[in-house]
Design a protein around this ligand. Structure first.
Ligand SMILES: NC(=O)c1ccc[n+]([C@@H]2O[C@H](COP(=O)([O-])OP(=O)(O)OC[C@H]3O[C@@H](n4cnc5c(N)ncnc54)[C@H](O)[C@@H]3O)[C@@H](O)[C@H]2O)c1
Length: 452
């Protein structure tokens, strides 16, 4: 850590949660150099982008696309007119709007790339249509709704030679990148355990998003198009705005929240897929008609020689309620979601022999203690814990999008391409398969399937 200069001391009270605990007294060290902000592209160099799905996330993605200075916002498609009106407001009326006919957007020759931010049950079909139309694609996480979707999507991207970025933006943060470097450099020793949590304790956190009071199917909303490839059923606005509560459209906690943690763990640890996953969960608090669990605990085994425990519960005040802790033989590193720092705590290596040799004859104890450094007892004291500041030049979503737009121009692979996105989502699906079956699920790398 010689590249850091010591700045000041901080005192940070912290409580443990879900098996995690933060350092208590830490030194703060100076900021990492920020990830570079790209220079705004010249008008001819800008990527022409269409947006399919302009709800909560599409709205954020459009703002961040604008911030990158790398793209022209051309057209937006959605099944709800209210969202299209909002897109017009955000672009001073400049963007073209398309009500529930995404194929028409894909047919436009002047659009280079599309951002797909629909609910998960539509991801595969729209992605395949975009590939067939020759578009590069930024697709939201989870890339898939089912493991098998990923195989078809990877194959289509390969055949069409299209660039893909999957939207787990946390990996584009300076924080994730610094953690990856530290672990690769061996600063934590051998990391055998990763503990991660994504807790939320609010109605919004439980996906009970408000339903717009003007929503009217057949007037300003198209239920048939929204439902698309999902099983047919009567119009239900709660399913539209709270779709994460139902298996037909989402994988709940695991594919909505865990997938962010899984993707970062894969990136930081240089891992690809867990060899097995076992999980348990239930509906312990939100008895509101949801099908997916509101509480989930999972244990992943990785062939690289580490285990991950991951959980989601309601307590959001705990210091590491949304974060990952990497536990190594020489130290631990804690990342809190969206925070511009890392906590590093060195490990002590203490050996105390009195306890284990007291049952020996005294003369033998003395002989042993006089050998080597057995009397030293504490071989290495832990260094003071440190808070390592990291600083992004832009929101990590903008950085993630900027990497995609660069890839569209240069044809250089993105960091989170279809294969990476597929694996993160597949690990999330394994959690759900295990939860439903009540059994450990094994990943069969040869066939790329989960065996129950
Ligand atoms: N990366 C992140 O941090 C992050 C955060 C939130 C959501 N997401 C992801 O973004 C996606 C969307 O989530 P959301 O919260 O924005 O949901 P949302 O319900 O707010 O928005 C989805 C939009 O897609 C539209 N839509 C559905 N079918 C369509 C179709 N056939 N054509 C055009 N539009 C269609 C809906 O009308 C809706 O407006 C999900 O996959 C979610 O996991 C990612």
């Amino acid at each position: 850590m010689s590249q850091f200069t010591r700045r000041d001391f901080i005192r940070r009270g912290a409580t443990g949660a879900a098996g995690l605990s933060l350092l208590m007294n830490g030194k703060r060290v100076a900021a990492e150099p920020a990830a570079p902000m790209p220079k705004p592209a010249s008008p001819n160099d800008r990527v022409n982008v269409g947006f399919i799905g302009f709800g909560i996330r599409g709205n954020i993605l459009m703002e961040n696309t604008r911030k990158t200075g790398q793209a022209n916002l051309v057209e937006v498609c959605d099944c709800y007119q209210g969202h299209l009106e909002r897109a017009k407001e955000r672009t001073e009326g400049k963007i073209a709007v398309n009500f529930a006919q995404y194929q028409k957007l894909l047919d436009r020759k002047d659009i280079d790339a599309v951002v797909i931010a629909t609910p998960d049950h539509w991801h595969k079909a729209i992605f395949l249509d975009a590939m067939a139309a020759g578009k590069d694609v930024y697709i939201e996480k989870p890339m898939t709704h089912k493991i098998a979707d990923g195989h078809a999507m990877i194959e289509a991207a390969r055949r069409a030679k299209r660039m893909v970025q999957v939207g787990s933006q946390w990996v584009s943060s300076a924080q994730n990148q610094k953690a990856k470097k530290m672990i690769a450099a061996g600063e934590l020793g051998k990391v055998t355990k990763v503990v991660a949590a994504y807790n939320r304790n609010s109605s919004t956190g439980a996906w009970n998003y408000p339903i717009p009071p003007n929503l009217r199917n057949g007037v300003n909303f198209n239920w048939t198009e929204w439902l698309g490839p999902a099983p047919q059923r009567d119009y239900d606005p709660a399913r539209v705005f709270r779709y994460r509560k139902y298996w037909d459209y989402s994988g709940g906690i695991s594919t909505d929240l865990f997938v962010h943690l899984i993707n970062s763990i894969h990136y930081i640890m240089g891992a690809t897929m867990p060899s097995s996953v076992v999980s348990t969960g239930g509906i312990l608090y939100r008895h509101d008609g949801r099908e997916v669990p509101d509480t989930l605990d999972a244990l992943f085994e990785y062939p690289e020689g580490f285990h991950v425990t991951m959980s989601s519960t309601f307590n959001s005040q705990s210091a590491t309620g949304q974060g990952i802790q990497f536990l190594g033989t020489n130290g631990s590193l804690t990342l809190l979601l969206g925070k511009p720092f890392l906590h590093f705590a060195g490990e002590s290596h203490a050996e105390g022999y009195h306890y284990s040799i007291d049952s020996w004859p005294v003369a033998l104890q003395e002989q042993f203690m006089n050998e080597g450094d057995h009397r030293a007892e504490v071989v290495r004291k832990p260094p003071a814990p440190e808070e390592l500041a990291t600083e992004d030049s832009m929101d990590s979503t903008a950085l993630h999008l900027a990497e995609f737009f660069d890839s569209v121009r240069t044809r250089k692979r993105t960091g989170e391409d279809a294969e990476v996105g597929h694996r993160s989502a597949a690990a999330g699906h394994m959690v759900n398969l295990s939860y439903v079956a009540g059994k450990k699920v094994i990943w069969d790398a040869g066939s790329g399937t989960a065996l129950i």
